[in-house]
Design a protein around this ligand. Structure first.
Ligand SMILES: Cc1cc2nc3c(=O)[nH]c(=O)nc-3n(C[C@H](O)[C@H](O)[C@H](O)COP(=O)(O)O)c2cc1C
Length: 175
């Protein structure tokens, strides 16, 4: 089937179920630390909320292991994945830190706050938590950016549409 037609049909079938699933986003890996516990998860729900000073917001689902860290972490790091990093997105987004050390094998070093900063990403923003609140089934953290960096990589950021969620190996980044 023609690729555009296939995507159009898929988008329409998703739209008939959930309008919010049509909100597009980037793909990010969030690292966070609470006491001695460190973890990382893939996120699509990341937005800017202030430009001066720079502040960003993440939302952590209450069923995730990361949620237990999000409840009292003081800092987190947002890593913007680049086009072609689908494998990384699936690694951090399809396994839980409850069962495995997901950071093993992923080169990283502590940021100024001590939270791991991953080497392999398009850019990162290290944040100090300035607001934390439960909204429905997610914990929202707003962070003020205290440190950031950009890596030279080909292509732009990895883009995600929720209709790709069930076939991530195929379509994350196709939107
Ligand atoms: C593309 C993609 C986007 C995701 N976005 C989010 C998100 O914004 N918030 C969230 O809590 N989980 C999100 N997830 C799901 C978590 O990454 C996933 O449940 C992960 O296994 C949680 O790991 P943890 O149990 O170690 O915290 C996303 C997963 C994928 C593949």
């Amino acid at each position: 089937m023609n690729e555009n037609l296939r995507l159009q049909e898929k988008t329409e079938s998703v739209a008939s179920k959930r309008a919010d699933w049509l909100i597009p986003s980037g793909v990010f890996v969030i690292t966070l630390k609470s006491g001695q516990k460190v973890n990382a998860y893939t996120a699509a729900w990341v937005v800017r909320v202030s430009e001066e000073p720079v502040m960003v917001q993440v939302a952590v689902w209450e069923k995730n292991y990361s949620y237990t860290l999000a409840k009292d972490c003081t800092h987190f790091v947002v890593h913007i994945l680049s086009a072609g990093q689908q494998k990384t997105a699936l690694h951090f987004g399809r396994k839980s830190g409850r069962d495995t050390d997901k950071l093993q094998g992923y080169s990283n070093k502590p940021g100024v706050s001590g939270v791991p900063v991953l080497k392999d990403c398009l850019a990162y923003l290290e944040c100090e938590v300035i607001f934390r609140r439960q909204f429905g089934d997610h914990m929202v953290l707003v962070g003020r950016v205290i440190n950031s960096g950009i890596n030279s990589r080909p292509g732009g950021p990895l883009i995600y549409n929720h209709h790709d969620y069930d076939e991530p190996g195929v379509d994350i980044g196709a939107g």
